[in-house]
Design a protein around this ligand. Structure first.
Ligand code: SAM
Length: 347
């Protein structure tokens, strides 16, 4: 017997044959399933499956030590991705512990559900935005949790999938939506915002020093024809700014792509809302861990943690953010910019 409930923008399908007080399984009959069906029809399953193993969870050991999930506790992984951190957590909180596993990306959720199928009885899979944490938990009948993990940004699975348009290193449509049901994509922003609006997105979300030049070039180029692909945009940027191959540390398109992705997914805004709500659902003694990958999001986390500490409700466990070890940086270059901060609720 399945019960469907609408929570904000997501549908939670609960199997009511399972005793909800012990192990309500919230699975999804929504875009995750539609993607699954579509992939099957298009013969893309193999492609998606091939990507499953590509995302290596960042700072896993540090997360497990500092988030410190206990047997039988209730943990939220608000950025499930491909379930790397989630798998370690669900094992650690056995035998009765439960995990609320949230991701706004239907494809990732689908992959993670398969990976964690052996633990499905103790998992609530939710496709949705973590900014709706309060309503997601309310819907599941959960009043307090012992830990919350946020591993921000994108997974390699998303980044490397050309169809998603996140990366200038593979050619694909200018999309960049984590939730593909969201109405606005990078194509819409790039082809319809004014030069001034584009310029401020590049400045504010990419800290791009050439924001004016790039915005001007985009507007000039699109007056001839729409900018359709990641390659089109990359070439416009390369023509607009000076680039010293082999000298400049990052590719000139890096900051523009980051900025557009943040704008499309409203990443900073959702992070602020999520943090603001998280303290009220966290039980005393519970911890929140956040892994940030760039200074804009890390700044938000740091200031929120300090404000909580000042109010006397939380204790900051990591005076300075933890960084990946040299060994991890070598093994997984994606981890290089990661910063992990942890707080504990004390009142
Ligand atoms: C870095 S990945 C997480 C990887 C994961 N920890 C693992 O080990 O596989 C970040 C994930 O967070 C998701 N995400 C980002 N912002 C989100 C939001 N506002 N709400 C829900 N999920 C979000 C992305 O779709 C992505 O799958």
């Amino acid at each position: 017997m399945f019960r469907e409930t609408q929570v904000g923008q997501h549908t939670i399908t609960s199997d009511s044959t399972i005793d909800p007080s012990i192990c309500t399984t919230a699975s999804l009959k929504d875009s995750a399933q539609r993607v699954e069906e579509q992939e099957g029809r298009n013969g893309l399953q193999g492609h998606v499956m091939a990507n499953t193993i590509k995302h290596i969870p960042v700072m896993l050991e540090e997360v497990m030590t500092w988030l410190n999930p206990q047997a039988n506790s209730m943990i939220v992984d608000a950025t499930l991705g491909l379930g790397g951190h989630a798998e370690a957590i669900i094992k650690k909180i056995a035998p009765q512990g439960r995990l609320v596993a949230i991701d706004r990306d239907a494809r990732s959720l689908q992959m993670a559900k398969k990976r964690l199928s052996a633990y499905a009885q103790r998992c609530h899979f939710v496709q949705g935005d973590f900014k709706e944490l309060d309503s997601i938990l309310r819907e599941l009948g959960i009043t307090g949790v012992d830990g919350i993990l946020l591993d921000l940004g994108l997974s390699s699975f998303q980044l490397e999938d050309a169809r998603r348009g996140f990366s200038f290193q593979v050619e694909g449509p200018l999309d960049m939506r984590m939730d593909e049901s969201y109405p606005l994509s990078a194509f819409d922003l790039v082809n319809s915002l004014s030069e001034g609006e584009l310029s401020s997105i590049l400045r504010n979300y990419g800290e791009e020093r050439w924001h004016n030049r790039i915005a001007r070039s985009i507007v000039r180029q699109r007056s001839e024809h729409p900018i359709e692909t990641t390659k089109d945009l990359k070439e416009i940027i390369l023509r607009a700014v000076p680039y010293r191959l082999g000298i400049d540390k990052i590719h000139p398109a890096t900051r523009t792509f980051q900025a557009l992705r943040i704008a499309v997914n409203q990443e900073l805004e959702t992070l602020r809302i999520m943090l603001d709500k998280s303290i009220d659902v966290l039980k005393p003694g519970g911890r929140i861990g956040v892994i940030a990958f760039h200074s804009l999001e890390d700044r938000i986390v740091k200031h929120q943690f300090l404000a909580w500490a000042k109010s006397g409700r939380m204790k900051v466990m990591t005076k300075k953010p933890l960084r990946p070890t040299e060994g991890e940086r070598q093994r997984n270059p994606r981890s290089r910019s990661a910063r992990l901060r942890i707080v504990e609720r004390i009142a």
